[in-house]
Design a protein around this ligand. Structure first.
Ligand code: MCA
Ligand code: AMP
Length: 474
């Protein structure tokens, strides 16, 4: 069969090629486990046999071999995966399961699992061949935060993933000769789609370091490294670790703005100017500097192959691309999402019928097509350590606590995390109780790092909280 799934989306796992000698003994290293390509094909196909026909399954995406096999197996079987944050809390988990309609937990399960459980067996093997599902079928439903309300499920097709990975392979000269290293979560696009699926498509070796610490990156011996700016900033502060990366080929930063001093220090210590790239869960990665091009600190590069961008003003009219005009960024290309699950209203707000996606970011484009991201349109979407968190979802949870009368959440500048979540609360609950409450209900990475108890919140004449004013209180 020429069009087996793994031969198409996850090219390096093509069973015929693997059987014919394209096996490598260390295709994926995760924790203490090393999987060869034939291990991966056999064990993931065995997963496929057990999930085949399911409508959607949830995977508690801890950085483990079970997660790698669960996701790979679902891609083989054509079953859409809902990756659930490894540190998810109870309310967010309830929402993700109910909204996605996931039918089972595949692989690891939460202690108080709320759905049937399908275990993943590391040593099981199947050599059944599956036909390639339609490229327009959904591969992943990734939950992501908006400014208000609970997270929305972003439906990402197989075609979008393949198109994005091929565009990035071209921009970064990413080949089977590379060894990709990262220690990022496997429940977001960065760690999962780019990191794991990118390696399985290009055929590079993949090493997951468990956590993205400077020591682990230094010891991994990779050629290609991915990190969020917090990771690069910690590496820049660890001279020995940074110098160990000088033997790499390419260092890539994304998910949030890379501060220019971090770019400069990483460049000085490693001898490599980081490649910066930009995108989102909805659009995947659309802009990047190139392995063979200019890497300008503070700028996120050019459209990757297949992508068009435009700047529009507040009235929707085209804005100048003159290196100075700041306007809304819209993007179009084959890697865009199909919509938010169960939310045609929210989809229509950002995805136009002619294919343009309104990113919610404001940007500048110069005459050479180089892009600089200036910031978000809304102060209510926070990026902390590279995680996207909605102020509204945290406020809703805080207001559900007995000791809270009013709550307002802001992101304030932070040297380590980019932005730090700070909650202002009118009420009588202790700050540490409220921080723990958000961690337990939403997820640990969404917890405020600080809760300030105040007498009242600053509001305008309409009663709306003045968030800009609040950030000045910090
Ligand atoms: C602390 N902890 C708590 C609490 N306080 N646990 C429960 N309740 C509390 N109140 C514990 C946690 O359990 C955990 O423990 C530890 O503290 C985590 O500490 P934290 O400070 O939160 O983590 P960190 O190490 O500082 O995290 C920094 C990080 C992380 C590693 C850089 O932010 C990260 O992984 N960021 C990556 C985000 C990402 O990949 N974003 C991509 C989305 P223990 O240690 O025991 O676990 S963007 C995307 O996909 C697009 C397309 C793009 O452009 O890339
Ligand atoms: P997420 O959906 O979690 O991937 O978040 C997407 C958002 O992260 C984008 O809309 C941007 O606001 C931000 N982002 C991603 N990459 C970059 C970057 N290189 N520079 C600035 N912001 C970025």
């Amino acid at each position: 069969m020429t069009s087996s799934l793994v031969g198409v989306l996850l090219t390096s796992l093509n069973p015929a090629a693997v059987a014919g000698g394209a096996d490598i003994s260390d295709a994926v290293t995760i924790g203490e486990t090393v999987l060869s390509r034939s291990d991966l094909v056999g064990a993931a196909t065995s997963v496929a046999e057990r999930v085949g026909g399911a409508r959607r399954v949830a995977v508690l995406a801890t950085p483990t071999p079970a997660t790698v096999l669960a996701i790979t197996g679902c891609l083989i079987a054509g079953v859409p995966v809902v990756p659930v944050p490894a540190d998810v809390g109870v309310a967010e988990r309830r929402h993700i399961l109910a909204d996605s309609g996931a039918q089972a937990w595949l692989g690891e399960k939460p202690e108080d699992a709320d759905l049937p459980h399908i275990p993943v067996r590391l040593h099981a093997r199947s050599w059944h061949r599956y036909a390639e599902p339609h490229p327009d079928s959904a591969a992943l439903v990734i939950y992501t935060s908006g400014t208000t309300g609970p997270p929305k499920g972003v439906v990402i097709s197989r075609r979008a993933i393949a198109a994005d990975l091929d565009a990035l392979a071209e921009a970064w000269q990413w080949t089977a000769d590379d060894t990709l290293v990262h220690g990022l979560p496997l429940y977001h696009v960065h760690g999962l789609v780019l990191g794991l699926l990118g390696s399985l498509r290009t055929g590079s070796r993949f090493i997951h370091t468990g956590r993205p610490t400077p020591e682990a990156y230094a010891q991994a011996g990779g050629t290609l490294y991915f990190g969020v700016p917090t990771v690069w900033s910690r590496i820049a502060a660890d001279e020995n670790a940074a110098r160990a990366l000088s033997s790499a080929r390419l260092l890539v930063s994304g998910s949030a703005p890379l501060p220019i001093p971090v770019f400069d220090r990483v460049s000085a210590l490693t001898g490599h100017q980081p490649v910066e790239r930009y995108g989102s869960t909805e659009s995947l990665i659309t802009l990047s500097t190139r392995a063979d091009g200019e890497r300008r600190p503070g700028w996120v590069g050019l459209p990757v192959p297949g992508v068009e961008t435009r700047l529009v003003d507040d009235d929707g009219a085209p804005a100048a691309q003159d290196g100075e005009t700041i306007a809304r960024l819209e993007v179009r290309g084959p890697m865009l999402f199909d919509g938010y699950l169960n939310r045609p209203d929210a989809t229509a707000d950002v995805l136009r019928a002619d294919g343009w996606y309104r990113t919610g970011d404001v940007a500048v484009v110069d005459r050479d097509g180089m892009h600089r991201i200036v910031g978000r349109e809304s102060v209510d979407l926070i990026k902390t350590g590279g995680f996207r968190v909605g102020a509204g979802e945290i406020e809703t949870v805080l207001l559900g606590h007995d000791g809270v009368d009013e709550a307002a959440v802001v992101g304030v500048p932070d040297d380590d995390l980019g932005q730090r979540i700070v909650a202002f609360v009118v009420g009588d609950a202790a700050p540490e109780i409220l921080i723990g409450y958000v961690a337990e209900q939403l997820s640990v990475h969404k917890r405020p790092r600080e809760v300030r108890i105040v007498d009242s919140l600053p509001r305008n004449a309409m009663g709306k909280v003045l968030k800009k004013e609040l950030t000045r209180w910090v």
